[in-house]
Design a protein around this ligand. Sequence first.
Ligand code: GAR
Length: 202
Amino acid sequence: MKKRLAIFLSGRGSNFINIHKQILSGEITNAEIVVVFSNNKDAEGIVYAKNNNLPTLIIDHKKFDDRKKFDQAIVDELSSYKIDLICLAGYMRIVSEIIIDSYVSKVINIHPSLLPSFKGMNAQQQAIDYGVRYAGCTVHFVDHGVDTGKIILQDIVDVNSDDDVISLSEKILAREHMLYCKAIDLFCNEKLLLVNDKVVIG
Ligand code: GAR
């Protein structure tokens, strides 16, 4: 049985688009995207999903007075999709325990830094400001903290003296696209498990 993926995004959606293309080309196996969720009806990723006949779900966070009620609405709507894996892909809302506890060890995220460095927003700018020589990206399970979950895969890029936030973000994004697909393929082929709080691959 193919694993049923929900993609969560808020904007451009290049990671999502790449995941979709790699499923179509067979580089990610045993996976299907069954819903693309966004808090932002105008997200470019949602336009792509609609153009490619993928089911979309939009819930505007601004209509809720607290995060837990918003996340409960998402969980309620998602239940009928029988999701095996939620992939956060540029989803710019903090995910509360309402979602995490409903999908234990089934929520993963891509973050544009070598965690545990540079958590939160503007990770690439944080790396430039700090003056690191290497930056990169991390795929991790999502836990109750922000960018604190167990690390699944990482990849690195050089930071050169002439890099700015734009050039560094582009370099990292190219690695993100490869890394996220590799992690999803591992999960969907049951080669990625969280056992006793440790990530086991293979
Ligand atoms: C990506 O760089 C992703 O790592 C980052 O947002 C961008 C989304 O791009 N996510 C975070 O910073 C989450 N903390 P995309 O919409 O083109 O995939």
